[in-house]
Design a protein around this ligand. Structure first.
Ligand code: SAM
Length: 237
């Protein structure tokens, strides 16, 4: 069954009205009267609905049942992903959301090609990608994509998490040997040029463990997805 997210102001009792951009999705999905759809309120509630009416600019749904989403892990995974080429970053967002990431924080590192924060338009595009990946994969929330921050700020923010790792190809300590079953985990992935030695030292001084992801050098987008897959298999499967 298709899922769409909607602000809860459109949900009143057992009736939901879909308009604006979400209505365009209804059209794209070619939904007809009698079809079933799940509406998520972005806050773990899933409304199982039947399409009752399709008007010129809106659709009316009847809520049959409300269920708590079972698709969110109680574990929180935050991805600190170095800025990279836009298409790669979009790929990372889409796949990380499918894999259950809780939040993505773009980071500006010493060896990033682009050191400028993404424009507001780009950020909005990234947030749309997160939303549609969350809908497609049946998430109970839409993972947040924050504005880009510099590496040192990211390290400071990561202190709120129970444990943090930084993927570093020169580390001899395999991620396999890490305790990954934690309530909240931050993972740092570097840019194509890797992390600088001073960044790795700064991470170490702040209790962030450098880890190896194996003998081969992975592209930044592969590295992020590899780690997330490992965390999913460790914590959820
Ligand atoms: N410039 C580096 C080099 O040529 O040695 C490679 C950087 S790699 C393309 C981009 C990022 O992915 C790294 O900063 C790291 O976070 C992660 N990464 C890729 N392969 C890795 C590995 N085998 N172990 C740990 N981290 C890895």
């Amino acid at each position: 069954m298709h899922k769409l997210f909607l602000d809860d102001k459109f949900i009143s009792g057992n009736k939901i009205e879909i308009c604006d951009e979400t209505f365009r999705h209804v059209k794209v999905l070619r939904l007809n009267i009698g079809d079933e759809i799940i509406i998520g309120d972005k806050n773990l509630n899933d409304y199982y609905c039947t399409v009752k009416e399709i008007l010129k600019n809106s659709a009316i749904l009847f809520v049959n049942e409300i269920r708590k989403s079972q698709n969110e892990s109680p574990k929180k995974i935050v991805l600190f992903q170095a800025l990279t080429k836009s298409d790669k970053f979009e790929f990372v967002i889409q796949k990380s959301v499918e894999l259950g990431v809780n939040k993505i924080i773009p980071i500006v590192c010493d060896y990033c090609d682009k050191k400028n924060s993404p424009t507001i338009n780009k950020l909005m595009r990234w947030r749309k990608i997160s939303k549609s990946a969350a809908e497609q994969s049946g998430r109970g929330i839409i993972p947040e994509i924050l504005e880009a921050i510099d590496f040192k700020n990211a390290v400071t923010i990561s202190k709120n998490l129970q444990t943090n790792f930084i993927a570093h190809e020169k580390s001899n300590f395999s991620i396999k040997n890490c305790q990954l079953n934690k309530d909240s985990i931050g993972i740092f992935i570097g840019p194509e040029g890797g992390f600088s030695e001073s960044e790795i030292n700064f991470a170490l001084n702040n209790n962030i463990t450098p880890v190896s992801l194996g003998k081969r050098i992975l592209r930044t987008e592969t590295a992020a997805l590899f780690v997330l897959s490992l965390l999913v298999s460790e914590n959820e499967l």
